[in-house]
Design a protein around this ligand. Sequence first.
Ligand SMILES: Cc1cc2nc3c(=O)[nH]c(=O)nc-3n(C[C@H](O)[C@H](O)[C@H](O)COP(=O)(O)OP(=O)(O)OC[C@H]3O[C@@H](n4cnc5c(N)ncnc54)[C@H](O)[C@@H]3O)c2cc1C
Length: 512
Amino acid sequence: MTKIRKICILGGGTAGWMTAAALSNKYKALDLEIELVESDQIGTIGVGEATLPHIRFFNQALGIDEREFMKATHATFKLGIEFCDWGKLGDHYVHPFGDYGIPLHGLDFHHLWLRLKARELVPRLDDYSFPVVAAEKGKFQLPGPDANQIGSNFGYAYQFDSSLYAKFLRAYCERRGVVRTEGKVTGAEREAQTGDIRHIILEDGRQIAADMFVDCSGFRGVLIEQTLETGYDDWSHWLPCNRAVAVPSEARGKLLPYTRATARTAGWQWRIPLQHRTGNGHVYWSEYISDDEATAQLMSTLEGPALADPKQLYFKTGRRRKFWNQNVVSIGLSGGFLEPLESTSIHLIQEGVTALIELFPDAEIDPLDRDEYNDRMGLNFDRVRDFLLLHYVATQRDDSDMWRYFQNMALPQSLQDKIEAWLTRGYILKYEFGVFLPPSWIAVMLGQNLHPKGYDPRADRYAEDNLQSELRSIQLQSMRAVEATPDQERFLNQYGANSEAARLVASSARTQ
Ligand SMILES: Cc1cc2nc3c(=O)[nH]c(=O)nc-3n(C[C@H](O)[C@H](O)[C@H](O)COP(=O)(O)OP(=O)(O)OC[C@H]3O[C@@H](n4cnc5c(N)ncnc54)[C@H](O)[C@@H]3O)c2cc1C
């Protein structure tokens, strides 16, 4: 049995450099050689600015200083996503990164709220969520040490410039001995007996051999698909949006600590505030809107002047049949893509890298490890798919062909079960793998007007007026915590996470 001595990563986008950073950090003491091949001529996809809270733990595991990272990537804090016009035109809600209220009488808070809500004795559930109210007011602070306090039981993520993140990680990797090779891969040579890839071939004839390859070549899937022909499960019938147009614009107004996703007639539009500019995009289903119309809609709703020409992107939602095939692991867009609503793609990269490290072969690749990797990543993708699909089907909208398409859709059984349990008894089915926890599901279901008929019957044990005053006191704690919280911009300055260059660009734009 030969030890895995060399890994070759193909691709230097977010996926490639995240993989290289994690492997170089984890295996620094071991004798593992890491070479990353990328092509400046091909470039990266250049989008992917909004993240989920788990990325903080990824950065922390690498020993990255939060302030340095935020300065280098012109990052802002993200408390959640605001959804506009999803349930009905005119609706809006925030999907927060954090719990609603605090657990009371051994019950999840929302059951007590549902009981009182049935008698119209309480305000919206959002008023018991620090991240919702802080986001609505443009405020931010780090969670305190006591996670049982209402102003501390939340998570946060970042909104950053993805090309700067890749650059930041590249410097990190090169300090740890990762070798970067510039060049375009045009082919690969496979072992006759095993079918594994022996070496990849560059345009100029150079060959790079390795024991394992990580395919981070984006939608092309150069090794996992072009070479190994692994196959792709097309999920367009569930998630039919297949194009996007993206454009950065000058920053305007208050620096908001959340991403906005506004539903449109044939897709939806994102707005992501960074320190120095705003990222915008329109994701759409080409069946029902032309590229020109989608671009015109996007450009007409920008809050400030565009900073570049709009960029067109094409994709097919779905996932690779095997994420790990032979001696190739696909991480990032080469493994699959489920459209950017809810900012899950970078998170799935993190899941892929984490699982690879956990199942990393010390000698020959064990097929059982490979199967476990594929099962685990498959579950992660399935569950993200269900959560994304929920946004399109939990709606009363029927004002366009796209919304009417979703009304008649046969849902995956797993999502059907989840909706059923919520509607009958206010219960969120939990599972081990899958990024979104119950508060996320509650946010979308309630935010899009799926109101449960029942709740946990144990909530009826308590006297109504006592319960009402307990909930009122929690709401007041939340309000006070938000009042004591600074605006995000002030916090960034106090904290020392503001990039001077970004500040200069943004401050002149924001005052216009
Ligand atoms: C419209 C849209 C919006 C998105 N928004 C978000 C978001 O808000 N949040 C989020 O988490 N994710 C988002 N994503 C996904 C996110 O952009 C990606 O997950 C992330 O950028 C990782 O991409 P990647 O590294 O896999 O691929 P890429 O960035 O495409 O990188 C591929 C790399 O492979 C190299 N390469 C390719 N072929 C070859 C070759 N033959 N030889 C040598 N090198 C090669 C390229 O040069 C490049 O370095 C979005 C995606 C889309 C399409």
